[in-house]
Design a protein around this ligand. Structure first.
Ligand code: 4NP
Length: 149
């Protein structure tokens, strides 16, 4: 399976989601991440994301931000977005119903109606990044479990 994690800047949430999912699944699967904006293209993840990942034994420091592109709809099986605004931005790039069907809120994997969005932690403090990690950890557990035959 090929998974794409998407957020706005591709420096805070989706790099963490990529690194955490990669750590839980086999190398026969692929994970990448991208941003709906080009604000931080080419940059490493935010140092707060690098730090919270490292505290949990995961190295995401080699990742580089890239802009979501239309060909991602063809190249990936599932496109996980962090929030509803990412969902709108990604879906606006295609009218193809098959492409749109690949786009899911990451937290929809939790089947908990009270958890819909991974909040944007960019303008907050360290605690926000720890919350993002906890949500991403739960959701990727559910994804990894589904992959076990
Ligand atoms: P991300 O967080 O979408 O989780 O990578 C953000 C990063 C940068 C900005 C906003 C959110 N920004 O406005 O530059």
């Amino acid at each position: 399976m090929k998974f794409l994690m998407v957020c706005l800047g591709n420096i805070c949430r989706s790099p963490l989601a990529q690194g955490v999912l990669e750590s839980k699944i086999g190398s026969e699967h692929q994970v990448d991440s991208a941003g709906t904006s080009n604000y931080h293209v080419g940059q490493k993840p935010d140092k707060r994301s690098i730090e919270v990942a490292a505290q949990n034994g995961i190295d995401i420091s080699h990742q580089k931000s890239r802009h979501f592109k239309k060909s991602d709809f063809e190249d990936f099986d599932i496109i996980y977005v962090m929030d509803k605004s990412n969902f709108e931005d990604v879906c606006q790039l295609t009218t193809d119903q098959g492409h749109r069907a690949k786009v899911k809120l990451l937290l929809s994997e939790l089947s908990d109606p009270s958890l819909e969005e991974v909040p944007d932690p960019y303008y907050g403090g360290k605690k926000g990044f720890e919350e993002v990690y906890a949500l991403v950890d739960k959701a990727t557990d559910a994804i990894a479990k589904e992959l076990i035959p």
